[in-house]
Design a protein around this ligand. Structure first.
Ligand SMILES: O=C1C[C@@](O)(C(=O)O)C[C@@H](O)[C@@H]1O
Length: 253
């Protein structure tokens, strides 16, 4: 089977070394824009704006204006916009209806290259949002987080497969290990999904035990790794200036 590749701005996700994404978790517009210069100096492939940390997230004007300023400050770096709900490890509690409204406001603001869409919400609403994103030529990175445990291999593959069935361009799963065996489970599921799915996948085992999964994407088939410049957005993320040389060392020639 051909390697599935997805274009994200000027990147090809799914081929070569895993791409590097850095989260921005600022609370105010000033914090968010101040994060850009040090991030640009570290030269990531993708910036993830975690809008669940932004205090203006439910104000359409503030969300879209800050998004446009961020987009223009980033230059050629691809922008992924993510509202991570509280139940999946995010920072702010929103009703389902408000979650979808915020995501629609992101799309209407025309500033993002990719949108994170959580898989486990109302299914018709998820499908509707995917349609809207695709009409706006925005890449859908569909996601699911388990901050407590690592489901079995078959369950992880099933969830990633379901994301693709729901129209995801990229399917993403983050899980929490309780043991080294759990990390192996995530890696095995990644390898299996990577070999069978028609879209690229992103996976990670979080926390200290799972750090190895953030280095090993090229071997097991995860196309993007989240790394830090400043604040982390999830446990186990490694500094970008450490992760980049590790990924280069582990490159498959
Ligand atoms: O989905 C992910 C992955 C992540 O949870 C991680 O573990 O690196 C970090 C989040 O910001 C991002 O949206």
């Amino acid at each position: 089977m051909n390697q599935p590749v997805v274009k994200l701005r000027n990147l090809s996700l799914g081929t070569g070394r895993p791409k590097l994404a850095v989260p921005i978790t600022g609370k105010t517009t000033a914090d968010i824009l101040a994060a850009v210069d040090p991030i640009k100096a570290a030269d990531p492939d993708v910036v993830e704006w975690r809008i669940d940390f932004f205090e203006g997230v439910t104000d359409v004007e503030q969300l879209q204006q800050t998004g446009r300023w961020l987009r223009s400050a980033l230059g050629s770096i691809a922008l992924l916009t993510t509202f991570r709900t509280k139940g999946e490890g995010g920072n702010l509690e929103l009703s389902d209806a408000d979650y979808f409204k915020v995501c629609e406001n992101v799309l209407a603001g025309e500033f993002t290259d990719a949108l994170d869409v959580e898989r486990y919400h109302d299914e018709a609403a998820v499908r509707g949002l995917v349609k809207m994103a695709h009409a706006a030529k925005v890449v859908v990175i569909m996601s699911n987080h388990d901050f407590d445990k690592t489901p079995g291999k078959a369950e992880i593959v099933k969830r990633l497969t379901s994301m693709v069935d729901f129209g995801a361009d990229v399917a993403k799963m983050a899980v929490m290990p309780q043991s080294a065996d759990d990390v192996l489970t995530l890696l095995q599921a990644t390898n299996a999904a990577h070999k069978t799915l028609s879209q690229p996948v992103i996976t990670m085992s979080m926390g200290d035990l799972g750090k190895v999964s953030r280095l090993a994407g090229e071997v097991f088939g995860s196309c993007l790794s989240f790394a830090t410049v400043g604040a982390a957005s999830a446990p186990g993320q490694i500094a970008l200036d450490h992760l980049r040389p590790e990924l280069e060392d582990l490159k498959l020639n």
